[in-house]
Design a protein around this ligand. Structure first.
Ligand code: G3P
Length: 215
């Protein structure tokens, strides 16, 4: 499973790129705002991210109507060859997805909460589809079952669209989507660091060094 970092923070993106952990980046308006990036500064900020990361980098449109989404997407698609245009799973967003796919511009349909939304995004030629595991679980539904159902549909019809599971609340959820067969998980920096942690690793290393007389 590929791992993306779900962040617009340049230092964190640089850090985990240096660690060799990440295959791509996802951003959204909330994450950009968290870094103090205004809508008019988004292109410049995302250019800095594409300079750090070779893999796919998702940039989300602020527009909500088809014509405005296309205009915004065309502007962002000039940033770099690894840019992916993130569009909400609405009627306008899906229509824009189809148009951009036909122009060979990569797309990521986001705010996906049902298997049928994912199927429709795939039918529109989306490169990536982003189901939000944590927000489904927050609403007391089964976020992992959502990923499993999308996996079945995509496999049934051999859709090339990749499942990019998002919005995690725990490392356990990340482990579960890896077992289900999610193609990618996008993970916040705090959870990314926890992926390699286990207390028995620390205890075991301590014992090895002690037994060797090095501690
Ligand atoms: O990539 C989507 C993600 O940023 C949403 O996460 O934690 O706001 O549900 P969250």
């Amino acid at each position: 499973m590929q791992l993306y970092i779900d962040s617009a923070n340049l230092e964190q993106i640089q850090k985990y790129t240096d660690w060799g952990f990440i295959d791509g980046v996802t951003t959204n308006p909330s994450l950009a705002a968290k870094e103090g990036v205004k809508p008019e500064e988004l292109s410049t900020h995302l250019k800095k991210i594409t300079d750090i990361v070779k893999g796919l980098v998702s940039i989300e449109v602020y527009s909500t109507t088809y014509d405005e989404m296309i205009a915004e997407a065309m502007k962002y698609s000039e940033i770099a060859s690894n840019i992916v245009i993130k569009l909400p799973c609405t009627q306008d967003g899906l229509r824009a997805c189809k148009t951009l796919s036909e122009k060979n511009i990569k797309t990521n349909v986001t705010l996906v909460f049902s298997p049928l939304q994912a199927m429709m995004a795939a039918k529109m030629g989306a490169t990536l589809v982003s189901p939000f595991v944590g927000r489904v679980e927050d609403a007391l539904f089964d976020g992992l079952d959502l990923i499993a159902q999308i996996r079945v549909i995509f496999d049934n019809y051999e859709f090339e669209t990749k499942i990019l599971s998002a919005s995690f609340r725990s490392t356990k959820q990340i482990s579960e989507v890896a077992q289900i067969g999610s193609d990618i998980a996008t993970v916040s920096p705090d959870l990314l660091e926890k992926l390699i942690k286990h207390p028995l690793t620390d205890i075991g290393l301590e014992k090895f060094l002690k037994d060797a007389g090095l501690k």
